[in-house]
Design a protein around this ligand. Structure first.
Ligand SMILES: *[C@@H]1O[C@H](CO)[C@@H](O)[C@H](O)[C@H]1NC(C)=O
Ligand SMILES: *[C@@H]1O[C@H](CO)[C@@H](O)[C@H](O)[C@H]1NC(C)=O
Length: 327
């Protein structure tokens, strides 16, 4: 066991208790939002390595180890062109990871470990965001081929394996380099980003069932190129937001009950274009090959690093038991 896990020992115990609490809340019928169960591992996909080499290998990250060959390589798309930076992936349908780059998508069925090409986006999108909602994937915002901010959503239809536009969910303002976080089974939060008028601090909540938007308290500062996740911290549910082009190493937490933002411990380095997910319940930041975890008080840089230094990559999480090669 590495140094990382010693340090995280007490937190792991707290998270275990939290998980039990979640189960109790589920069983008592209280609707409770858990984006990632604490048994989930990170899956790192795509991006570019040194010399703008496209990376096809997939890495799986759990608390004590990085598994390099547990998942088949991402298929190549002969039509790709340089400059594509919109890698997005979500675990959906209880079966697999839908991974899209530029406007082409593949579905990885995690158990049998096979890739299959599925329908691509209707609109090309650069620096869009994605989220898993209602057990499928939505993609929103970004910049179109003419450099204009996109206000629209598309949702992946599991019956036809294709993307469908959802004009009824349009954002009031287009944006790119922002983040989208699932809020409950059907609602998602849209946070910050860049627009034709510059960086923004707005936080908006869409319930996809009703199509209703709600405005939440602004970020303390405008941000873009940041990363976000839904978590529980000391019994409080909220959204953690880290890094970004203007906000460097800032970390802020939105308490969903009070609706107020507060500052958390800063990252040990400034970063944007990084990714942040819960790995076995622990907020984990991936930046180039570096991995940092939040122990509830401070950020700890892991000794382990990704096998590749990656830019423009994407990360999502999958149930650990689906990757027996990484147990
Ligand atoms: C979704 O899950 C169903 C049932 O497991 C499966 O038959 C179907 O192929 C899955 N869809 C995709 C796109 O993987
Ligand atoms: C999800 O949140 C939205 C916005 O607060 C709310 O309108 C909706 O009822 C919630 N849905 C569920 C399933 O809890």
């Amino acid at each position: 066991m590495g140094l990382c896990c010693w340090n995280l020992g007490p937190l792991r115990a707290i998270l275990f208790v939290l998980e039990l609490t979640w189960m109790v809340q589920w069983s008592s019928g209280t609707p409770f939002i858990v984006q990632s169960l604490s048994s989930r591992y990170a899956i790192i996909l795509g991006g570019y390595g040194p010399g703008y080499r496209e990376l096809k290998d997939v890495e799986v990250v759990k608390h004590d180890r990085i598994c390099k060959n547990a998942i088949s390589e991402v298929p190549t798309d002969p039509g790709r062109f340089l400059g594509d930076i919109s890698g997005m992936a979500e675990y959906i349908n209880n079966t697999g990871v839908l991974f899209c780059r530029h406007s082409t998508c593949w579905m990885l069925t995690v158990g049998p470990n096979t890739w299959k090409k599925v329908g691509g986006f209707q609109n090309r999108r650069d620096r869009a965001a994605s989220a898993a909602v209602d057990d499928t994937m939505v993609v929103l915002g970004g910049r179109d081929v003419d450099g204009l901010d996109i206000i629209g959503f598309e949702i992946f239809d599991l019956k036809s394996n294709s993307w469908v536009s959802k004009p009824e969910w349009n954002m009031a303002q287009g944006r790119y380099s922002f983040c989208a976080v699932p809020y409950n089974q059907t609602a998602l939060l849209v946070i910050g980003g860049y627009t034709k008028d510059g960086a923004i601090s707005s936080v908006e909540l869409l319930d996809t069932k009703s199509g209703r938007w709600e405005i939440l308290e602004d970020l303390p500062r405008a941000r873009y190129g940041h990363s976000c996740l839904l978590m529980e911290w000391a019994g409080r549910e909220g959204v953690l937001v880290s890094g970004g082009a203007l906000t460097g190493n800032d970390v802020d937490f939105l308490d969903l009950k009070t609706g107020k933002w507060e500052s958390f411990a800063r990252l040990p380095f400034s970063t944007d274009g990084h990714k942040m997910v819960l790995v076995e319940g622990i907020p984990t930041v991936f930046s180039w090959e570096r991995i940092d975890q939040f122990d509830g008080t401070k950020w700890i840089t892991l000794d382990q690093r990704l096998g590749n230094s990656r830019s423009a990559f994407t990360v999502t999480t999958i149930p650990g038991h689906l990757v027996p090669k990484c147990l």
